[in-house]
Ligand binder design. Structure first.
Ligand code: GLN
Length: 532
């Protein structure tokens, strides 16, 4: 029978609950316990795919094509596993199920209510997943902040599960912010106290408290939090800001969280073996060189929009002993003349052209790509990045004036990037792109083949548009070659033979990158920068 650890958050959102959940998972895993993790998101969207990254950060794409919350990325990276879309439960998903059942007559004669019907559905989703995965422990992170109206049915379901499964089978971990006043340097526990009260009002007493703070808190602060939180002294741990976040499991283990978890869950305690993980953290810190990487996109004011790409650069960097220093290039600022693409291209070692959707900022990206290409800078284009690299090349090298992707200019005379044929009949916007891990055939004798070292690779996708095959001859005769194709014949990878690294990929290699297994694409990109 699986055991469950619910992770809730108090005071405010963005506390790093995802990192805390992933770190607890890694600690348990390092004790020889099998774990999996689920993210509950109380919003009414069925999945994160229809949200702007500004709202919610990056959409993390799973192997099976789920468009999920970015916390799934943390779980995959920390736990070294591939998760499916079932690991993200939203209010939208739960209500859709309940309402569909109601329409099918499954509740015939009853009044369908939040309690018990919605809460039952939540519990059955979580239990169903536990059963399918046969994990010893299922971590359930509840998004949002305790006290949010939207989160209540999920917390109520968690409360009921504790009652039904017993206290050693369901644990509550509450993550709270402990702010520090800059004037006096004093840590304040009052917001946390209010959050404990709110949680108790819902009927939940935390078993473990994780105090999030900027700097380590004193033992007195911990004592005070333990008293108000109604937990024993060792049941409160402090998770202070640390770089990299991959060091959080060690910070928690040093305070004995592994022992507390084992004790409270009635599991045998074995000292966690973090071996290779700690070596990765050490390598990350021991880097000897830096390389400046321009990050060209239009959601740059919320860094979480590109989280997996940032992490993939860190993984590859640590592996090579290189620290990528990221310079954010907001492409809409390039359009407004606030940023000068030539100046940017002159001052950076390389660039990532970031994924994206829609017209805003596209011209700014294209102008930046031109400057980078003309200076021979190493460029990695991801998805929309690849597409706009081709648009730029078509306009400025092939002489195809006003060439564009039909996503931005439906009336372009030269649609070098166009809607996938299979997408032309698709009307629904939710979960309807070309999604998930799909095979790519890598052509021998190309940079792509050097990168992957094999002929068939899988990467995760999320797109509706692709390189228009009608223009391929023209690209190829100018040295822009196709080096990866899908089984249907779609262009997957293109590279400029005349450059050391001018590489665009329709897929998103960042989603498969792990601390101990960096993406070969990011590795090669940084390797080229390192050699320069
Ligand atoms: N908007 C482009 C498409 O749909 C690129 C998508 C992306 O960058 N993820 O094809």
């Amino acid at each position: 029978m699986a055991k469950y650890v619910f992770v809730t958050g108090g005071v405010l959102s963005g506390l790093g609950k995802g990192i805390t959940t992933a770190s607890i998972g890694l600690l348990l895993k390092s004790m020889g316990i099998s774990v999996t993790a689920v993210k509950v998101d109380p919003y009414v969207n069925v999945d994160a795919g229809t949200m702007n990254p500004y709202m919610h950060g990056e959409v993390f794409v799973t192997e099976d094509g789920g468009e999920t919350d970015l916390d799934l990325g943390h779980y995959e990276r920390f736990l070294g596993v591939d998760l499916s879309k079932d690991h993200n439960i939203t209010t939208g998903k739960v209500y859709l199920k309940v309402i569909t059942k109601e329409r099918m007559g499954e509740y015939l004669g009853q009044t369908v209510q939040i309690i018990p019907h919605v809460t039952d559905e939540i519990k059955s989703e979580i239990r169903g997943l536990a059963k399918r995965e046969s994990a010893d422990v299922v971590l359930v992170e509840v998004g949002g902040t305790v006290g949010d109206i939207e989160g209540l049915p999920f917390l109520e379901a968690a409360r009921q599960m504790r009652l039904e499964e017993g206290p050693t089978s369901v644990l509550f971990v509450h993550v709270v912010l402990v702010p520090r006043l800059s004037t006096t340097g004093e840590f304040k526990t009052k917001p946390a106290q209010h959050s404990f009260q709110e949680l108790r009002r819902i009927g939940i007493q935390p078993d473990v408290i994780v105090a999030r703070s900027e700097k380590p808190v004193s033992p007195e602060v911990k004592e005070k939090l333990a008293l108000f939180g109604n937990v024993a002294a060792d049941e409160i741990v402090n998770s202070y800001d640390i770089d990299p976040v991959y060091d959080v499991p060690r910070v928690l283990a040093e305070q004995g969280l592994d022992r507390v978890l084992a004790r409270k869950l009635g599991l045998e305690h074995r000292p966690p073996d973090l071996g290779g993980w700690l070596e990765f953290v050490e390598r990350y810190r021991r880097v000897s060189r830096t390389a400046t990487v321009a990050m060209v996109g239009k959601y740059t004011s919320l860094r979480d929009s590109y989280l997996s790409i940032i992490e993939a650069l860190k993984h590859a960097g640590a592996h090579l002993g290189l620290r990528p220093r990221l310079v954010w290039v907001e492409s809409t600022d390039v359009e407004l003349g606030k940023l000068d693409p030539e100046g940017i291209a002159d001052s950076v070692d390389g660039a990532v052209i970031l994924p994206g959707f829609g017209a805003r900022g596209a011209e700014g990206k294209i102008a930046t790509i031109r400057a980078l290409r003309e200076r021979g800078r190493p460029v990695l284009g991801i998805c929309f990045g690849l597409q706009l690299m081709l648009v730029e090349f078509a306009r400025n090298v092939l002489g195809l004036g006003r060439a564009h992707t039909t996503e931005v200019d439906p009336n372009t005379p030269h649609p070098v990037v166009d809607l996938l044929e299979e997408q032309k009949s698709v009307e629904a916007k939710g979960g309807s792109m070309r999604l998930g891990a799909l095979p790519i055939r890598v052509l021998r004798g190309t940079l792509a083949h050097r990168i992957y070292g094999t002929e068939v690779v899988y990467e995760r996708h999320r797109h509706r548009y692709h390189v228009n095959p009608k223009y391929l001859d023209r690209f190829e005769s100018s040295g822009y070659r196709v080096s990866g194709v899908s089984p249907e014949g779609y262009v997957e990878i293109m590279e400029l033979a005349s450059h050391r690294f001018y590489y665009g990929t329709q897929a998103h290699p960042e989603f498969r990158s792990r601390p101990l297994r960096p993406s070969p694409v990011f590795l090669e990109f940084l390797r080229v920068l390192q050699r320069d």
